[in-house]
Design a protein around this ligand. Sequence first.
Ligand SMILES: [Zn+2]
Length: 127
Amino acid sequence: MWFTIEGDRAWLLGARCPACGTVCFPPKAGPCPNPRCPAEALEETRLSRRGRVWSYTNSCYPPPEPFVAARPYTPVTLAAVELEEEGIVVLGQVKDLTVGELAVGMELELTHGALADGRPVWMWGKP
Ligand SMILES: [Zn+2]
């Protein structure tokens, strides 16, 4: 699990080096990825819940004609969000916003929704 949900709040879980502060997401085990850092182990950390849109897109498009899709086409919006404090970009699904409503530099906040099978999942959403 790369995230945790408590009540109505969600957090992404990364790995942080206790010596130099380097943050990895998705989290990894083992030594610090910073070649100049001697630390042998990383600690689980909660990432910032807000970031700014770095890039965004629709994840898929309807198949071209004459193919007829079996179900109504529902585009999924994806955004790459930069977390300033951690210095990383996290790609995720955006909840309740279309690509037409997104802009580079816009602030988004971590929220959560449900997958098609009902399992909870983290998403980017309006702050
Ligand atoms: Zn380190």
